[in-house]
Design a protein around this ligand. Structure first.
Ligand code: SAM
Length: 286
């Protein structure tokens, strides 16, 4: 078994397959040998579990998942990596590489076909240029993932895992908190990759909620409220919602009153319960 986190092994593999890391696809390969075993362990990789990986790259995390889980399906967009992955993962008969853009996959179908009735975890070092779309695609897929353990840019991790309410929170914090409980597991320095990115990283874990935290009449209204509420962070909810929904201010004032939120409040001061009240008041009014 090749030492896939060894920089010399990585350079040799890439050279032999006439490849170089593609910046546009977020290709930064892990060179810290402790990182993938830790991600797999903390991500819940174990016997009786299936793992979905996004972007196996050279297969370094894939191998750690394959050692521990019953089955691994890894989705890789870069066709050039497929022959390399056949070589690096040749010791494992429980790995399936799917050549696809994760964002275009019907994940319900993929998970059903790949794992049947096995509980499924997601574990991945994400391509950072599409971190948020990938997380939303996973959380909106209707698949009951046991956990989602993913590496991303540190600042994005901090934003996603910011407490509610807090100044660090944004639309992505609330959107994800609505669907999952999120926490940072550990930080990772930029020196842990080849090539080294310009930013530090962090591994976070999402535990998807089985049910929404509060009842809402219409989730699409809730997500529109979240988007508009944070669209102009310095403005009050009264202004943001009036601009975003094209509603007169007296109507928005009434909606905020129904939701028991003072009109001069900013989005960062709301918790999930307040967003739910606001969405319900908005659904009743428009
Ligand atoms: N897992 C490897 C590691 O940790 O060393 C590579 C991680 S690298 C940060 C991101 C990987 O995601 C690359 O292999 C890249 O080709 C792949 N990728 C980028 N966009 C993708 C997409 N839309 N769907 C699936 N894979 C993608």
């Amino acid at each position: 078994m090749l030492e896939l986190s060894n920089p010399k092994v990585i350079r040799d593999l890439l050279a032999r397959h006439k490849l170089s890391p593609q910046k546009a696809l977020g290709q930064n390969f892990i060179t810290n040998p402790a990182l993938c075993p830790r991600m797999a362990e903390e991500g819940g990789a174990m016997s009786g579990v299936g793992a979905l990986e996004i972007g196996p790259g050279l297969g370094v995390l894939t191998a750690e998942l394959a050692k521990r889980c019953d089955k691994v399906t890894a989705v890789e967009i870069d066709r050039g990596l497929l022959p390399l992955l056949s070589e690096t993962l040749s010791d494992f008969s429980n790995v399936n590489i799917l050549h696809a853009d994760l964002l275009k996959l019907d994940l319900g179908e993929v998970v059903r076909d790949a794992f049947g009735s096995l509980p499924v975890i997601v574990c991945a070092n994400l391509p950072y240029y599409i971190t948020t779309p990938i997380l939303m695609h996973l959380l909106e897929s209707g698949v009951s993932f046991q956990s989602i353990t993913v590496m991303m840019q540190k600042e994005t991790a901090q934003r996603i895992c910011a407490p509610l309410p807090s100044r660090g929170a944004g639309a992505i914090t609330v959107s994800i908190a609505w669907r999952a409980q999120a926490k940072i597991l550990f930080d990772v320095s930029r020196g842990s990759f080849l090539p080294a990115p310009d930013v530090d990283s962090a591994v976070i874990q999402l535990i998807p909620r089985v049910n929404p935290p509060y009842p809402v009449a219409d989730e699409s209204t809730l997500f529109a409220v979240i988007r508009h509420a944070f669209a102009q962070r310095r403005k009050t909810l009264l202004n943001c919602l009036s601009n975003g929904f094209f509603l007169p201010k007296d109507v928005v004032t009434q909606i905020l009153e129904t939701a028991e939120i003072p009109p001069q409040t900013r989005a960062e001061a709301l918790d999930l319960a307040a967003f739910a009240r606001l969405a319900n008041a908005m659904s009743n009014m428009v």
